[in-house]
Write a protein that binds this ligand. Structure first.
Ligand code: TPP
Ligand code: DXP
Ligand code: MG
Length: 637
């Protein structure tokens, strides 16, 4: 596809290089802008994959917000940011959008360094209300008239941080408009009481009719000039008592609630937002949208179309690599199938996921054992403490959380699990560099952040069979907290379903016997080491060790390595500061090792997006980087 054709295909959109251009259009032209935005997103995301359904769902809302507010002077804060493609397209990034999520290209999420319109960087859920509240309070403190809007999805509203923000917003009385984008979906269907509440409030005809009547009387909606403040005050009391009677959760928190309104009616959205934008204090507008709106396939299968990969936009067929079925499985699927296999024998096993059933493949367990698996919402901290509670009663929780999202639950791991030495198995998916999601999502820190926690076992499998054996060993119980981290993507073994073997905790293994240099790897990145060792076999004699555990470290094996090799390289798909290599150095110092040790891993900076291969290369621990380091060490010996 060539993007020079833009002007032919998108007559209105091609004139919009900033929200100022959008504001020059008549309201009657905005529906066409929405049509073109959708078409543009479909065109590009079909060939350059990214998040899809969420952005299609907020096209009208995005147009309305940029039409009414004076961005970037006014603050528009997105939650997660996977729905912000229309925002990017309206704010001067249309011509670069084909680089979305690519190496050195646009970020897939709002990012302050990328545009002044991205007033807050995102990627993780539930931050928007807190961040926007900070901005609104800053405006109040500096007597500024700037407006602040937070757009949060119904899924992200299940996160504890969002509730903390709501609670504080009510107290601060700052001028903040929270837009609740309710599409009744997260990546998978939203779970929990709040979801049920939002469905009820959206579908209650009586409630909504009465609410509209009261709004009309107030002149708050539909572009009618608002009533004098005294009238509003009186009416507001009536609204409050009415709504409180209905038990509106937001009004109960002292946040004015408006809605629900149809999020695909751009004119109505503009009228409503325009009417409530100048009301003082915290307000929440409940907007009902459909994830995937305007693309039939995405409307029907919302989980698949959250981030579908490359697809044929005419037929809705998602590209599958023809070789897929002969390829090794994804680590996440090995986790999912293995958990079921183990749960069939061990009735104490339960599965916990914070809103990532599909991403983590916990959905396999959820299907096989619906009563023993729990999607707890976007609530990583809760997932961990909930697991701790289960463990106190003799259950064996497998709490699966992406490495990056586990950062949210750090204190819960320490205070609720490790301190009490509870048997909780943490399966950390997406450990290491994840690729296109970029800096917000890389699982860079887990080896380091778990290694320093007392009682914690830190394991990382080289391949699928090791993952299975680690899971098997962990569920035998009695070890306290046991973490197993593995990367995004596939393993290396097609024939992975081997019988289980109990692993010895804290024991690594020698994969290749060498004489000159020892390379010690942790986890699946050992595959890159193996390739380098093969390429160098006629040049230098390398010993390759799959260490399996960062904690406890295999000191016996290290003693052997220290006595045999004067040069050691450690390789990890994680930050070098505080991680596996650091653990080896600490022990080497303790033992007075005099040889040279080089650490390969993620350096002390945030790594942006790209393919995993590009990023391993950038960080110098792909096959080529390892070979380069070996040769440098050879030269300098
Ligand atoms: C802390 C955290 N946990 C999990 C995720 C993964 N995640 C990304 S989008 C999403 C669903 C968000 O649902 P919602 O806010 O309703 O947005 P929608 O996709 O429906 O527009 C989840 C769970 C995340 N980004 N951050
Ligand atoms: C926005 C978000 O946080 C998720 O959609 C994430 O991008 C999923 O990543 P995976 O594709 O690795 O499951
Ligand atoms: Mg949603």
């Amino acid at each position: 596809m060539t993007f020079m054709k833009t002007e032919t295909y998108y007559p209105l959109l091609s004139q919009i290089n900033s929200p100022d251009d959008l504001k020059k259009l008549k309201k009657t032209q905005l529906e066409q802008v929405c049509v073109e935005l959708r078409e543009f997103i479909i065109d590009i995301v079909s060939c350059n994959p990214g998040h899809f359904g969420a952005s299609l769902g907020v096209v009208e809302l995005t147009v309305a917000l940029h039409y009414i507010f004076n961005t970037p002077e006014d603050n528009l804060v997105w939650d997660v940011g996977h729905q912000a493609y229309a925002h990017k397209l309206l704010t001067g990034r249309r011509d670069k959008f084909h680089t979305n999520r690519k190496y050195k290209g646009l970020s897939g999420f709002p990012k302050r360094a990328e545009s002044p319109y991205d007033c807050f960087g995102v990627g993780h859920a539930s931050t928007s209300i807190s961040a926007a509240l900070g901005m609104a309070v800053a405006a109040k403190l500096s007597n500024s008239e700037k407006q602040t809007v937070a757009v949060i999805g119904d899924g992200s509203l299940t996160g504890g941080l969002a509730f903390e923000g709501l609670n504080n917003a009510a107290m601060n009385k700052a001028n903040i408009l929270i837009i609740l984008n309710d599409n009744n979906m997260a990546i998978d269907p939203v779970t929990g009481g709040l979801n049920k509440y939002l469905v009820d409030i959206t579908s209650s005809k009586t409630y909504n009719r009465m609410k509209q009547d009261i709004w009309k009387a107030l002149g708050v909606l539909d572009g009618v000039k608002p009533s004098p403040r005294s009238v509003i005050q009186n009416m507001e009391n009536s609204i409050k008592s009415f709504i409180l009677k209905e038990g509106n959760i937001f009004e109960s928190l002292d946040i004015r609630y408006f809605g629900p309104v149809d999020g695909h009616d751009v004119k109505r959205l503009i009228n409503v937002i325009d009417d409530i934008k100048d009301l003082p204090g915290p307000r929440l507008l409940h907007v009902v949208t459909q994830k995937g709106k305007g693309y039939e396939y995405a409307e029907k299968e919302q989980t698949i179309w959250h981030a579908p990969g490359v697809f044929d936009k005419e037929t809705g067929v998602i590209a599958k690599n023809p070789e897929d079925k002969h390829k090794p499985p994804k680590f996440q699927d090995v986790f999912g199938h293995t958990l079921v296999e183990l749960a069939e024998k061990n009735e104490k096993i339960v599965g916990i996921t914070p809103a990532m059933p599909s991403g983590s493949s916990m959905n396999i367990m959820m299907k096989a054992f619906p009563d023993r698996s729990f999607d707890v919402g976007i609530a990583e901290g809760h997932a961990v403490t909930f697991s701790a509670g289960l463990a106190t009663k003799g259950y064996m929780p497998f709490c699966n959380i992406y490495s990056t999202f586990m950062q949210r639950a750090y204190d819960n791991v320490i205070h609720d699990v490790a301190l009490q030495n509870l048997d909780v198995v943490f399966c950390l998916d997406r450990g290491g560099l994840v690729g296109a999601d970029g800096a917000t999502h890389h699982g860079a820190f887990d080896l380091a952040y778990f290694r320093c926690i007392p009682n914690m076992i830190v394991a990382a499998p080289l391949n699928e069979v090791e993952l299975r054996n680690m899971m098997y060993t962990a569920q035998l119980g009695g070890y306290g907290p046991f973490s197993i981290r593995y990367p995004r993507g596939r393993g290396i073994l097609v024939d992975w379903k081997q019988p289980f073997t109990k692993m010895e905790i804290g024991k690594g293994r020698e994969l290749v016997v060498g004489a000159d240099i020892a390379i010690l790897s942790i986890g699946a990145i050992g595959v890159e080491v193996a390739k380098a060792v093969t390429d160098l076999e006629n040049e230098v004699s390398i010993g390759h060790y799959d260490m399996r555990f960062v904690k406890p470290l295999d000191k016996e094996l290290l003693d052997t390595i220290f006595s045999k090799y004067e040069r050691i390289i450690t390789v990890e798909d994680g930050t070098v500061i505080g991680g596996f290599g650091s653990a080896v150095i600490d022990y080497a110092m303790e033992k007075g090792y005099k040889g040279e040790i080089r650490l390969l891993g993620i350096p002390d900076k945030f790594i942006e997006q790209g393919t995993q291969a590009e990023l391993y290369h950038e960080c110098g621990y792909d096959k080529d980087g390892i070979i380069t380091t070996v040769r440098e060490m050879q030269r300098s010996k």
